[in-house]
Write a protein that binds this ligand. Sequence first.
Ligand SMILES: [Zn+2]
Length: 505
Amino acid sequence: MVSRIVLGIPLRIAVASFSHETCTFVPVKTTYDMFKDFIVRGNAIFEHAKTYPNYIRGFMKVAEEEGAELVGILVAGQTSATGYSGWITLDAFDRIVGEILDGLKNSGPFDGVLLALHGAMAVEGVPKPEAEIVRRVRGVVGHIPIMVTLDLHANEDHELAEVADAVFILKTYPHVDSEDIGIIAARCMVKTIRGEFKPVMAFRKPKLVTASIYQATDRPPMKLVYDRCREWEAKGVYCASVAAGYAYADVPDIGASVFVVTNGDRDLAERAAQDISDLIWSLRYEFTKPIPKPREGVAEVLRLVASGVRPVLIAEHSDRIGDGTHVLRELILQGAKNFVIGGIADPNALEWLKNNAKVGDYVKIKIGGWAHPISGEPVEISGKLEFIGSLEYTLVGPMGRGRRVHEDLVALIDMGEGRHVIISKRLRAPMDDQGFKALGIEPRLKDIIVLKDRIHHRAFWDSIVALDYPIDSPGLGPADLTTLEYHNVPDDVYPIGKFWRDKKV
Ligand SMILES: [Zn+2]
């Protein structure tokens, strides 16, 4: 067969994305119905991708430069249940992957496939979902290059390395380089199709699971890891990737992983992967330093505020559902003033307010603490209902700049003495100040801002606040991973595997 390249036909590359970061400790399943209203199909995926930085916009830039044709298949990932759904059902997985396969069959032939995945998807009955997606895609498209981009929180093992031709992973947390990684992946794809690049990939699994709160990439220990990746890239590695891993999915491929892609140099790839893996393992104790609990943490924040450090941003990082009340309770108990809670998720409380109160009313209501016993008890608050309704605003910070946000129901309660609490339907952690300004709150004037987030918010908020202060409330995403009960992880992963728990190091 005469190659399409020899015939001068533009390269045709299929693009699909199916991504989810699944906290398997949330006791509600993620179903197809939760995905379905947000699935984008065909070339409409490029219209959507144009509007903010993401992997697919990176693919588009390279395609334009190189005169390649991208064919949109499907993007799925957003759900109606952000923040409170766990295991993805096999039905949802099969249906969405099935749609990707149908799209590939109907709009081929292709010279390559670019898959923007996440890596921390957890599916009932599919132990390694991303490897399975690539395997099924391979079954349809055959032996053409399939390359994958992943989030820094991916949990992967050798299976993905075996089925994909190349894997490229974000190097930043907050994640601000998805477009750059998309460009690196698409360049590799185009050169590979043209025969100018021969991707060789080495893989290592350093057997280390780390909590997200320790994974900020602008400071040790993670900065040391990515600096080492960049050193190898300066020595001829095409792309050295590390997934820090996602600790809140109880899956067999949990934890850090290393993927190194070179142009045909197996020895270089293996040496780099081993070196980076050894470095990660050597840093394991850096990833378990204790973080203050709510009582001591709030007390310390109040001391800092009194000494003139303000605003302080409390990152209640362990709350994966958004209904956690631990920090709110302590702020009230310890007499904090002039604070704003960026969101307590409570759809029932919101519904009650909508039906029983109007703006300006004095209300008394119990909020939070409904989704899981670990979230804490509901807390009764009282004050003036300052806002209830829908919000529209555009993000201005590095995380998602330009993206329109619609929230169909939000309430703001003014408890007096500058104490403001926002009630939301779902986990709400404004990535910049627009989610506050839309409600008439200027966060710069607050002493304390509480966000249910780990690291992403820092891309914007570090330039606004005097201090970012994580508090380790009881929650489904704690810093101390030994407080969670895992059933599916290997015995030898540090610190949660049976071997290390028994050793009690
Ligand atoms: Zn991530």
